[in-house]
Design a protein around this ligand. Sequence first.
Ligand code: HEC
Ligand code: HEC
Length: 293
Amino acid sequence: MSEPEHELAFNQWIIAGVRDIRVAVRPTTGASNAMKIQLSAVVIALSCCLASEVVSADPKSELREDQADFVHGAPESESDSWLLAAGGRIYDNWWHALDREKPTSMHPAYPATGKQSGANTWRCKECHGWDYRGRDGKYASGSHFTGIKGIEAAKGDDPAAIAKMLRGAPHGYPATMITDKELARVAAFVSRGQDETAKFVDVKTGNVKGDVKHGEAIFQTTCAACHGFDGRLLNRGDKDAPAYVGTDANAAPDEVLHKIRNSHPGAAMISLRAFPIEDAADVLAYAKTLPQK
Ligand code: HEC
Ligand code: HEC
């Protein structure tokens, strides 16, 4: 066990111990001898606990490694918001989301006329789009055009049926890429997690419907912790061609809305999934006003 974890467990014992003493002391108005004896018993018991804690920690107060892994771990009891965001990250890029090897071949269902190649052809978003509308949305033309339809029609479908479909043709995702448990997450996302992106983002013009002032308040109090107040603290590009929050929000607002709602696969980034979609759209509208270079 590493030093800081041990300290934390030890402090928790002390806090719990102090609470025990308070409970024991409270009814001692007009303290009877019996009560005093009880109190000393608690103190003795407490010192024993503290002493034994040095040797072996209570397993309940130990930090479990998977519970501490925000990026690739999972909470013991999964809230719906967590589940849908985790599914959204698999939809975005499952090997980064799940810490897997990326595929070396092309996806067999990716059309020969498509402009993309390699592992990217295995990303759900590559065939179905950031707006979930495939050929009827932003990917109706351009370098991501495949002619494949979106996944909107699968909204409300049984997640078990969606998961089963993803194992067969034309998808063929084996368990070595996405396990059953993980497939259930992306199926839940397809069934219940698709946002109505088209309501907030006009993919033809890039215009975003959102309250810039409210978005500014959210950005400055949450996103800025990692991205800086002007969104230029993290650069996903390079010095000559920077990719800041402002750059991405203007180049691909539908993609950035997906990231705000589900987080960025493989990154210790927050998601706004537990909040109304309008909050995410407001942040996006503000992000578009940030410097692009
Ligand atoms: C290489 C391209 C490709 C990739 C990658 C891909 N799909 Fe598909 N998907 C298809 C094709 C082709 C269809 C069948 C479309 C049709 O029937 O016209 C389809 C159909 C679907 C449907 C059914 C849509 C409907 O209208 O009922 C869902 C849901 C779906 N895919 C989800 C996913 C998910 C989730 C992933 C990632 C885990 C994924 N797809 C990855 C090509 C792809
Ligand atoms: C706890 C830190 C943290 C917070 C808070 C955070 N992010 Fe991120 N974000 C990251 C990291 C890390 C990356 C990945 C950077 C990289 O790969 O270089 C990232 C990536 C991004 C990207 C780039 C994804 C892409 O490919 O286009 C965008 C856009 C983004 N964040 C927007 C936001 C917005 C908006 C908020 C507030 C709602 C936010 N982030 C809050 C850490 C954070």
